[in-house]
Write a protein that binds this ligand. Structure first.
Ligand code: F6P
Length: 325
């Protein structure tokens, strides 16, 4: 058992629904184990600037259902430099912080890995990103809510697409990952899915659109923003060029995907992971990300969690092909 007295807690990078539930779980379980928590606002940037404050169990009341992060979030250029990290460490020491819990994605854990190697302070990560693009967990906090937000939006777009017999090219988030596009494409009955993990062939996509037109004129094409073909606007331009007689529209869902009340699944995931983070620090874990794989808590070193290259399940792609005829 490691004697931890004061945990510094922060969120960093893109926000994700369920981060507040994770903050609540860390603060409440630390209280349960007699450990103090210091909240750090605006991630690494706030750590450097000394935006630190004491949290108690009441400071996380009534937040489990709220999207965003009460700790705010930021991306920090200063923290990329050794001088910036030293300033951050000095702030932690000044406030008596002897361990950190970082909630975020790969950028957050890259920073945590470097910091944890440079200074003698244990860091535990919680995966908070809508992209679900980290190794070492089946799901990240925020992904479930985001994909439900997407299918809600696409269902609405489908109503108007159907009424006007239009082709809709819909772009969803995922700079490096097609996981949002793939799942939501299946769940919303898209005719085609375009993702960075597979090479995009516009010719084949157009053939697919044309083939099904005798039965149905309205179509949904789901595009991940990081796709190699250049995103929904570029795909839409090429489809319009090839088929000027189609009534084609492009819709970018954007940051709506990052907000909103977390789903039940994200709240439970965040609660389980938050408790596990505090217990991991007590058990002497350091420089690892908490995950849940096959319903079991797991610990993955930061360097491995960040090296995630998703192998898209070919069965899921096949499902799109079979079901969209
Ligand atoms: O949260 C991850 C993510 O949604 C990426 O898929 C996307 O590229 C990025 O955030 C955009 O974030 P921002 O607008 O905050 O830079």
């Amino acid at each position: 058992m490691t004697q931890i007295k004061n945990i510094g807690l922060f969120t960093s990078g893109g926000d994700a629904p369920g981060m507040n539930a994770a903050i609540r779980a860390v603060v409440r379980s630390a209280y349960y184990y007699g450990i103090e928590v210091t909240g750090i606002r605006r991630g690494y940037e706030g750590m450097i600037n000394g935006e630190l404050f004491s949290m108690d169990r009441k400071s996380v009341a009534n937040i489990i259902q709220r999207g965003g992060t009460i700790l705010k979030t930021a991306r920090s250029e200063q923290f990329r430099t050794p001088e910036g990290r030293k300033l951050a460490y000095d702030q932690l020491k000044r406030h008596g912080i002897d361990a950190l819990v970082a909630i975020g994605g790969d950028g957050t854990f890259t920073g945590a890995r470097i910091f944890g190697n440079e200074f003698d302070i244990p860091v535990i990560g919680l995966p908070g990103t809508i992209d679900n693009d980290l190794a070492g967990t089946d799901f990240t906090i925020g992904y479930d809510t985001a994909i439900n937000t997407v299918i809600d939006a696409v269902d609405k777009i489908r109503d108007t697409a159907e009424s006007h017999d239009r082709v809709f090219i819909i772009e969803v988030m995922g700079r490096d990952s097609g996981l949002i596009a793939l799942r939501t494409g299946i769940a919303s009955g898209a005719e085609a899915i375009v993702i960075p993990e597979t090479e995009t062939n516009i010719g084949a996509l157009c053939e697919r659109l044309e083939k099904g037109r005798k039965d149905k004129l309205s179509k949904i094409v789901m595009v991940a923003e990081g796709d190699d073909a250049g995103g929904a606007f570029e795909i839409g331009r090429q489809v319009k060029e090839r088929f000027p007689h189609y009534d084609t529209r492009v819709s970018i869902l954007g940051h709506i995907q990052r907000g909103g009340r977390p789903s039940c699944m994200d709240r439970v995931l965040a609660s389980r992971m938050g408790v596990a983070a505090v217990e991991a620090l007590r058990d002497g874990h350091r420089n690892e990300m908490i995950g849940i794989i096959h319903n079991e808590i797991t610990y993955t070193p930061f360097e491995h969690a960040c090296k995630h290259v998703e192998e898209i399940n070919p069965n899921l792609l096949k499902i799109v092909e079979i079901l969209s005829i």
